[in-house]
Design a protein around this ligand. Structure first.
Ligand code: F6R
Length: 590
């Protein structure tokens, strides 16, 4: 949920940490802070509530060769200067991503020993414990400390007078970066894009010790271990706005390329997937938020293409219901980041119960990738905007191919070939759809209700989530037929209904729902590629026409339309869609 960055090298650590924090800001932006050690081993700490830009000027006057930084999404304690990381105790200063679940118990014990706490965070406990455990060896003090921590942590600690960063990792991601006489430690790869030639990924329980001479890695038994080094492929240019005003818009316009790349990469992954799916008799799709919505579309693909019953569940619900899973089940765990705690833990649980786990992810080095039996790659590229756009469409493309593969179809079949035409249709949709005046309507609405049937319903849920998330306009997604069973009571002149109609056979039924809205004084928008739909209502309904395509592929273009509507509504209201309030991109806490 938070982002952490560490630097040891010959450059100015304050500058490196500042840059890293800007790159990690999408993981949390309630507050930010840094600790920089100067040539004499003295540590300066600066921390500020709010975005990294608030902190940045305070780093101008600090320099050193070793530094750690943190950008926060608050879990324990409100966003404030004092709750911002780093936290210090004696000579020790730490930054922490994760949740220390037993912090209250540890805090009481420490208070009983005379420790005074200044923040409401769980993380300050770690600083106190490391300080108490420090007997001259920073790594040993950290190793002793993590033995008593329950929960998840990516922890970095520095100590006055010690030219090193000690790192510990458990269920929160940490990558190490190797440059020319400089070393990095960070929460994820975008932070190190273009910064170092190779990276390695720490495993749960690992500790690392970073000094000007290099990096040593130890397992939880303090045995030195080697973790694979791989080329750092993250490109710095993916972090540029390239002239777009916001990442959300830039990434939305990258949808065609994301779908195209995903199709290409799937070809290479298909044989392994085909092998893993042999003998599978049950399909379960899991994910959270937008990824869960992609799973709902995927469920329909498995049902329609392979005629196998498929379930799609919210990962956070799945893991706490004592799920019935046994051998023969395949779990498709969908996650852009591959780090969402609920999805990773649900997949881990399913695997221990005998299921095959297929990671449908955009993150090749993530926790989900590492625990999965097979990876179905989503090649959307780096996504910085907190609101998912291109990763959602690429996940749908990937699940479409997974379902065809499961159904025993070759990647040259008619349906697969039809998918290869979709990037061009996404492009056409982006170029032709004008949602500006509808965005104005939504911006002033008391509620926006997205309606659809079958796959359109799944996209309706996503359209509603996207609009709420970036514009803060309330609303819901509903099956079009459900409206009359309750929600119709909400409809009045201040509400807007957005109906998605991409199935010719269901178009008339959706038209009925739109009629019901209009006759209660509501306003309606229809997004469709069915010719003639709502023709008789056209003076009273705003119609957005999209290119013709098969109904199962229509989510790839209807998603683009609802994402654009959400973006423009946020723009009308002056919201920042890249960093919506209270949110963060990777939800690595439960
Ligand atoms: C919404 C959004 C979130 C994520 C969810 C899961 O725009 O981005 O709902 O989809 O937090 O994240 P991942 O896909 O990284 O597991």
């Amino acid at each position: 949920m938070c982002g952490i960055i560490g630097y040891v090298g010959n450059k100015n650590a304050a500058e490196e940490v500042r840059e890293g924090l800007f790159r990690l800001e999408y993981r949390g932006y309630d507050s930010a802070g840094a600790a920089i050690m100067d040539e004499n081993g003295i540590i300066s700490v600066v921390k500020k509530q709010g975005k990294v830009a608030n902190l940045a000027p305070y780093l101008d006057d600090i320099s050193g060769r070793i530094g750690i930084g943190h950008t926060r999404w608050a879990t324990h304690g409100k966003p404030s200067d004092v709750n911002a990381h780093p936290h210090s105790s004696g000579k020790i200063t730490v930054v922490h991503n994760g949740i220390i679940e037993n912090y209250a118990e540890l805090k009481s014990k420490l208070e009983a020993c005379g420790e005074r706490f200044f923040s409401q965070t769980d993380s300050e406990v770690a600083a106190k414990l490391i300080n108490r455990n420090f007997k001259g060896d920073l790594l040993c003090a950290l190793a002793e400390t993590v033995k008593v921590l329950k929960g998840s942590y990516a922890l970095m600690a520095i100590c006055e007078g010690v030219s090193a960063i000690a790192v510990a990792k458990y269920r929160s991601s940490v990558i190490l970066g190797y440059g020319d006489d400089e070393y990095f430690c960070a929460s994820d790869e975008p932070a190190l894009a273009g910064k170092c030639s190779s990276i390695s990924v720490l495993e749960d329980g690992d500790l690392a010790y970073i000094t000007p001479d290099g990096i040593e890695i130890y397992d939880d038994g303090m045995q030195q271990v080697i973790r694979d080094k791989r080329a750092n492929t993250a490109a710095a240019q993916s972090l540029d706005l390239c002239g777009y005003p916001r990442y959300m818009l830039k990434e939305l316009y990258e949808t065609p390329a994301a779908v195209e790349r995903t199709v290409k990469e799937f070809n290479a992954a298909a044989p392994k997937l085909r092998e893993a799916l042999r003998g599978i008799n049950r399909i379960i799709l899991l994910g959270c938020g937008t990824a869960y919505h992609a799973g709902l579309v995927g469920k329909r693909y498995f049902e329609a293409f392979a005629r196998i019953p498929a379930e799609c569940e919210n990962a956070g619900e799945f893991r706490y219901k004592n799920p019935v899973v046994c051998e023969g089940a395949a779990v498709f765990a969908v996650s852009q980041s591959g780090e969402t705690a609920d999805t990773v833990e649900a997949a881990r649980l399913a695997r221990t119960l005998g299921a095959k786990v297929i990671a449908v992810t955009n993150a090749p080095n993530s926790a989900l990738t590492r625990l999965a039996d097979v990876v179905a790659p989503v090649a959307a590229g780096t996504e910085i905007c907190v609101a998912a756009t291109k990763s959602y469409t690429a996940q749908i493309a990937c699940l479409y191919l997974c379902a065809l593969t499961f159904a025993g179809e070759p990647l040259t079949c008619e349906r697969a070939v039809a998918l290869t035409k979709m990037p061009a249709l996404c492009e056409k949709t982006l170029a032709s759809v004008n949602t500006y005046s509808i965005a104005n309507m939504c911006a002033g609405a008391s509620g926006v209700y997205f309606l659809g049937r079958d796959v359109d319903y799944a996209v309706a849920l996503e359209g509603s989530l996207k609009l709420k998330e970036v514009s803060y306009v309330p609303g819901e997604g509903y099956p079009a037929g459900e409206l009359k069973h309750g929600t119709l009571a909400l409809i009045d002149g201040k509400t807007v209904c957005v109906a998605l109609v991409f199935d010719k056979n269901l178009a008339k039924k959706c038209e009925n729902a739109v009629e019901q809205v209009l006759s209660r004084g509501g306003r309606a928008v229809v997004i469709t590629n069915v010719v003639g739909v709502c023709a008789s209502l056209k003076d009273r309904v705003r119609i957005i026409s999209l290119p013709d395509c098969d109904k199962f592929l229509s989510p790839l273009i209807s998603a683009v339309a609802v994402q654009k509507l959400a973006y423009e509504t946020a723009a009308v209201l002056g919201r920042d869609p890249d960093k919506p309030r209270n949110l963060a991109k990777s939800v690595t806490v439960e």
